[in-house]
Design a protein around this ligand. Structure first.
Ligand code: ADP
Length: 622
């Protein structure tokens, strides 16, 4: 029969499997058992809503058998099974949406990263098998089909005979080379792999185990194979915390959530009382590839007394904690809960509130007691917390503001707002921040220097939108926020008065300059700038950095900050301008335009008419 070709990305994944980039080949068994368990879950779940499906829950099981002579390891389940089309589409291509990403990202990243993002699944069988055969009969179907492949060359499918519904995966184990593959044909070895990686599976995993038995009526012993259940059947999240090893928590995470990296943290807890539930939550150590896109679906797996009722229940997590993965199991949930009725479900709402509180508490503890991990966490998911804080007009800011970290002039380490406030001097009543693309640039802004000279600590905001966060928080422990670049943010009363006087005296000159520039709200002298000749400040809610942020968003190009051009009153340029105002107004106009352009450049803002500017500068130079 003609071989069919694998889809390109499947082929690539398979190559990786065959050439075994994983040193830990053992995990293939976990993957296949997990698929078998999923298939039973699917049938079980279907039977709850479809009365035509007659299955007995107690019959569900997974069998793992060894045929040493044929070098075969066989994993069988009585789950939902696959039709011919299912076999083709599920096993001929990577089922996950990750496949297209796999293609694109492949060139850029290390292969292993990409696989880690969506799991190796079925193809991992090729790490240990020279041939893989799948025999399957879909529940309710009349015919069974087989799928068979010896590697990248392709696969064949054909009709075959199978008595009952479900799937057998038959691996022909490779011959030993540098690796010992024989161990996958050893009963005890397989048994201990199941214990190690698949113990939490909720269906019985049965194996034929040789037992030494007394022959009837004699004193002699003989070895008889007996079918035994080798897993403990209690789901991990229902087990006693003190009896679960780190490795078990990790393996479970890797398997359930298709991530090959260790989780950053797990949170295992239960709630007793009016509503009881068990929850096992994880914070990943990296953001999933699609995390910051609209394709990402948040949610926790929802179980009702051990039966999976929803793969991703989004109502259990607030958006700002959407990075959390995990499982919730409650006997108080009704089995036929549907997506439509979920939102009205009181039990579910209570569980969600509980979970949110618990996550918050754990993050706070981590921030306090395990700063290093928390900073790593913040580097990965901090942006999500900030977005969450700004959403819904800051409705959740109280919950989130203490979880934020910032860079600051205090040290090269992160600081929280609370820590900033405890360092504030008695005379300081405002939390100062400076915005720029990088910490370096923010620290070198002329206004930052002024603030530091006055003994104030300055937070360095380097991400687009950071200033929104500050404006949303608005007030923290009774302290207002101020951008060091905003006008007068740093002045004392006397300084303000003196400056007002000088500005009043030169008001007509500034009017001329303002007209020449066109785009600014005001031109004035300042006494903040120690060395720099000019800077831009703003009045009102939109600062220069905010303008940049808003311009980067669609449909908001016409948004402009109310800019003020400030000129260093003690810089020689100030005297020069005064002179020009008396003698040469035309020249004053040119100077104004150049100074304004300079100030925009320092702020990292674009120049609207670079040619005009270039001509002006050349004219002055020559
Ligand atoms: P996944 O991460 O989706 O499990 P796999 O590559 O392991 O990816 O499997 C691909 C698909 O093949 C599964 O999503 C499932 O639909 C199907 N499949 C695999 N094993 C079985 C099985 N034992 N019974 C029924 N379907 C299966």
């Amino acid at each position: 029969m003609a071989k069919k070709q694998f889809k390109a990305e499947s082929k690539k994944l398979m190559e990786l499997m065959i050439n075994s980039i994983y040193t830990n080949k053992d995990i293939f068994l976990r993957e296949l058992i997990s698929n078998a368990s999923d298939a039973i879950d699917k049938l079980h779940y279907k039977s709850l809503t479809d009365t035509s499906i007659k299955v007995d829950k107690s019959d569900f099981n997974i069998k793992v058998n060894i045929d040493k002579d044929k070098r075969q390891l066989i994993i069988s389940d009585n789950g939902i099974g696959m039709s011919k089309d299912d076999l083709e589409s599920n096993l001929g291509t990577i089922a996950k949406s990750g496949s297209s990403l796999f293609k694109e990202e492949n060139e850029k990243k290390k292969d292993i990263d990409i696989i880690g993002q969506f799991g190796v699944g079925f193809y991992s069988a090729f790490m240990v098998a020279s041939k893989v055969e799948v025999i399957s009969k879909a529940y309710g179907a009349e015919k069974a089909y087989s799928w068979s492949s010896e590697g990248i060359a392709g696969y064949t499918t054909k009709e075959c005979v199978k008595d009952s519904y479900g799937t057998d995966v038959i691996l022909t184990i490779k011959n030993n080379d540098d690796n010992n593959y024989d161990k996958y044909l050893d009963v005890n070895e397989i048994k201990s792999l199941i214990k190690k990686y698949s113990d939490y599976i909720t269906y019985p995993i049965k194996m034929m185990i040789p037992e030494s038995k007394k022959k009837e009526g004699t004193d002699e012993y003989e070895t008889v194979d007996e079918e035994k259940v080798v897993n403990s059947l209690v789901p991990l999240w229902k087990r006693n915390k003190s009896k679960i090893t780190e490795e078990e928590y990790q393996t479970f995470y890797n398997d359930k959530f298709d991530d090959y990296e260790k989780p950053m943290k797990y949170i295992h807890f239960s709630n007793e009382g009016l509503i009881s539930f068990n929850a096992l939550l994880y914070i990943p150590s990296h953001a999933p590839y699609d995390y910051y896109t609209k394709d990402y679906e948040k949610g926790l797996q929802l179980y009702s007394n051990g039966v999976l009722i929803m793969e991703k229940c989004s109502d259990l997590l607030p958006d700002y904690f959407s990075f959390v993965k995990g499982i919730v199991d409650s006997p108080d949930l009704s089995l036929n809960i549907s997506r439509e009725t979920l939102q009205q479900d009181k039990v579910l709402q209570k569980i969600a509130t509980n979970i949110e509180k618990k996550i918050k508490k754990e993050l706070e503890n981590m921030l306090k007691n395990d700063r290093e991990t928390y900073e790593k966490f913040f580097d990965v998911f901090g942006l999500q917390l900030k977005v969450g804080l700004c959403n819904n007009f800051g409705m959740d800011k109280e919950k989130l503001q203490d979880l934020l970290l910032f860079h600051s002039s205090n040290s090269d380490k992160y600081t929280s707002l609370e820590e900033y406030v405890t360092r504030m001097k008695d005379t300081q009543d405002t939390i100062y921040y400076a915005c720029s693309e990088s910490i370096d640039k923010a620290s070198m802004l002329p206004q930052t220097e002024v603030a530091k000279n006055k003994g104030y600590e300055v937070l360095y905001l380097t991400e687009y939108g950071d200033e929104f966060v500050m404006q949303t928080i608005f007030e923290y422990k009774g302290k207002k926020f101020a951008n060091v670049c905003a006008s007068e943010a740093l002045d004392t009363k006397e300084e303000k008065e003196e400056l007002n006087k000088i500005n009043e005296e030169n008001k007509d000159m500034f009017e001329t300059m303002k007209k020449a520039i066109g785009e600014v709200e005001k031109v004035r002298f300042t006494n903040h700038l120690s060395k720099h000749p000019v800077c831009l400040t703003s009045e009102g809610a939109i600062s220069a950095q905010m303008e940049k942020f808003m311009r980067a968003m669609p449909n908001s190009n016409d948004i402009k900050a109310n800019m003020i051009l400030e000129i260093n009153e003690s810089h020689p340029i100030a005297e020069k301008l005064k002179k020009l105002y008396k003698k040469d107004k035309k020249e004053l106009e040119n100077y104004s335009k150049i100074l304004y352009a300079q100030a925009r450049l320092i702020e990292g803002l674009p120049i609207d008419n670079p040619t005009e500017l270039s001509n002006l500068i050349c004219k002055e130079l020559s």
